[in-house]
Design a protein around this ligand. Sequence first.
Ligand code: MSP
Length: 513
Amino acid sequence: MKTYYITTPIYYLNADPHIGHTYTTVAADVMARYKKERGFDVKFLTGADEHGQKVERAAADAGVHPQAFVDNLVSIYKEVWKTMDCDYDYFSRTTDPAHQETVKKIFKKLYDQGDIYKGSYEGLYCTPDETFFNERDVIDGKCPDCGRPVERVTEESYFFRMSKYQGALEKLYEDHPDFLVPVARRNEMMNNFIKPGLEDLCVSRTSFTWGVPVDFDPGHVIYVWIDALPNYITSLGFLSDKDSDYKRYWPADLHLMSKEIVRFHAVIWPCILMALGEPVPKQVFSHGWLQYDGKKMSKSLGNAISPKALVDEYGVDAIRYFLLREFTFGPDGNFTPTALINRYNADLANDLGNLLSRTVGMVDKYFGGTLPLLEAENSEFDNALGEMAKAMLGKVEDRMDALAFSEALNHTWDLVRRANKYIDESQPWVLAKDESKKAELANVLYHLAETLRIVSIAIKPTMPNTPAIICEQLNITDPALTTWESAKTFGLLHRSLTVTKGAPAFPRIEKDK
Ligand code: MSP
């Protein structure tokens, strides 16, 4: 069986993760579910990045031990992933003893082979982001990413000899143009970081203690990226005696993240792996930021929206659908309540919700809930709908494989809209008035039900709960009718299907809410 290993970044722990944080994880979850549907042996990793000065300070402010502090936040994060129906296989934690042991081994190995050396560091440091910046990147003494003041720091540090991997990294980018996508990010990394020359990287700190210690030099803790990035392989058992997952799933098929941490994943991480003599990930994909009023959504800017509040109001499938359908995956996207309500009402309440309730309602009204077994010739409308339904999933696959979630969903909604139009073209209410048109009428309703079956399969990865609602109303219980591949055949539903009327799947939202 082909394997597929997908990761999100491990999250810095904020007390209240916002909907922007969930963007990467929802997308990764959709991709993982999609690959499972396609028959892959999938592993999906997310987790928590728990070390560093910021956590140490926040725990001290809260008067608790940093471990207790992060344990509490990890449970908050896990709750959010449950709320968003994100079904990961590994929850990686940098405070996990096994992770720490492997990080120490990695550090020592790189030191022993001369890829890590001791020096002294002077630089501008953004504590909240745990990132050093060059003079040229800092804007008026402020962090170019978050706008908060940077501090000048001088200290004895260990360095990772990244400059040594200049040639190998350039070759990676040249030989594998798809290593980093979209292409704009690739160009940015090439022009801003790789071509100007890779600089050696500071990989230890002495100014705080909450981190993985350098065991051969007490006083130094391993600085964030050599601790955080290897989580993708420590979780698979790398350098441990339980490394079967590492052997099976590494290299990762996809590292997913938003744009501000691309450099770490697409420049530093491959250099670390090359130094370790291990394969690099097959692809790094960077999406944009979810913004609110044109600014990155973040707690410090006060424009953060709670995932739980949204899910309580609209339902988890609607929110997942909105995140992936509304914004093109790649550039930034502007979140507005109006866009959410419009999208919900148009695509979910009107298009999909109505298609289901009209179909079920008409089977109920015209045939008492069960379609009769009558022979009818297909009309040109029936054939057109059937052909479109059969072809839809191939188009979805093409777009999903390119991480073009919005276009993939749009292919499915093209069919949903087409089916609604088909109702208007076929005019079942006219057929129902004519006793001799009973077979034709049943055939129309059958085409609608079968289209809904196919739609329910295509939306499964994005909307994991809605297919069950559709299947319940259409009484689809045979697992053979819900497999991914089955959506490429039109006509699998039993002709004399029985429906069960249910509540509207997506009740309309009044705008003034
Ligand atoms: N801890 C690092 C990653 C280490 S990976 C070895 C980190 N954590 S984070 O919590 O700040 O970010 C986690 C993910 O959430 C990243 O993909 C980040 O870009 C994403 N987002 C956080 N806010 C976001 C938006 N407003 N919009 C989209 N994604 C955003 O970075």
